[in-house]
Design a protein around this ligand. Structure first.
Ligand SMILES: [Zn+2]
Length: 315
């Protein structure tokens, strides 16, 4: 999408079926299907999932493939190439290095490889942006592993990394249960975004802001709390909304997705893809699905430019 900005895009959820087949073959990993068409059913979620679990199952194969650092490098380059070819100007790509160590690589090796691949690809294909390292909630990683992610985000800030995130099952805990992770990030000046207000309520968004989050991943349930909406608008805290993903997981319906209501109330709202393969989408599709007008597009891109963790050149 010409001049597009995507601030919320997961690497693991955006591995194509074709790349998955290539990576599985070169790493001798068994796949349930061997044609791209058949494999897509395992990588792409139904339009309306029965529950969040049905959506999250789509990450199992890509996560397995990305347990090899060389595959993280390949997938990163491939995604940057596709984004640049679509006319994307700036993108922030996120993933959890701590989830990719089962193959024997350390978080640090994963981080180094991903940063090198991203920096090289952005030069090669002409894309601005950076990587966001995700800490994981609800016991997916230990507190020590999450703190290591925070330290790595600090070490590689400006060398590929632009921020830190907290991802995973929001229902099970509060962002402040991971306070130490964000203390490390704040101390090092790493910009913070936190998934909140998607499966969880407005209280989780407030909790994320108290930890220093400058942006909120999704955040659509802020509309349940009028004073929170006012605070988001006043403080310029950006929401990274993702329409198709919210429809897939049932976080929103076509009718309740609050993008326009939040734009009217002056919240710095942005529109993003979340997972290009799992949600079978791209940024142009997100804009088209919502019938975004040229005027709305200008505002959304202006919001994204202000919210970006690194400088965005002219669009
Ligand atoms: Zn996300």
């Amino acid at each position: 999408m010409l001049g597009g900005i995507d601030l919320h895009l997961h690497l693991d959820g955006s591995v194509t079926a074709e790349d998955a087949i290539f990576l599985a073959e070169r790493s001798s990993i068994e796949l349930p299907k061997h044609s791209a068409e058949a494999l897509r059913g395992y990588l792409t979620a139904p339009k309306r999932c029965a529950d969040l679990k049905e959506y999250l199952e789509r990450f199992e194969i890509p996560l397995k493939l990305l347990e090899r650092p060389e595959n993280v490098a390949y997938a990163t380059r491939s995604l940057v190439k596709r984004l640049a070819a679509s006319g994307m100007r700036y993108a922030e790509i996120r993933f959890a290095p701590g989830l990719l160590t089962a193959g024997g690589a350390s978080q640090r090796e994963v981080a180094v490889t991903a940063c090198q691949a991203f920096v090289a690809a952005k030069e090669e294909f002409g894309l601005e942006g950076g990587l966001i390292f995700c800490a994981m909630r609800a016991g997916a990683l230990t507190p020590q592993e999450n703190e290591e992610t925070a330290r790595l985000s600090a070490e590689f800030l400006g060398k590929g990394v632009v921020g830190i995130d907290l991802a995973g099952d929001e229902a099970k805990d509060f962002p402040s249960d991971h306070a130490r992770v964000f203390a490390v990030a704040r101390e090092a000046g790493v910009p913070i975004t936190i998934h909140a207000g998607e499966a969880g309520g407005a209280d989780k968004i407030r909790d994320a802001i108290a930890l220093g989050a400058r942006r909120i991943g999704h955040g659509v349930r802020c509309v349940e709390d009028d004073s929170l909406v006012a605070e988001l608008a006043e403080r310029g805290i950006a929401l990274e909304t993702c329409y198709t993903s919210n429809l897939n997981t049932g976080a929103c319906t076509e009718r309740t997705f609050p993008l326009r209501a939040l734009m009217r109330r002056g919240v710095r709202v942005t529109l993003n893809t979340d997972n290009m393969t799992v949600s079978d989408t791209d940024l142009a599709t997100e804009y088209a699905s919502l019938g975004i007008t040229d005027e709305e597009k200008r505002l959304l891109l202006e919001n994204a430019k202000k919210a970006a963790f690194a400088a965005v050149g002219s669009l």
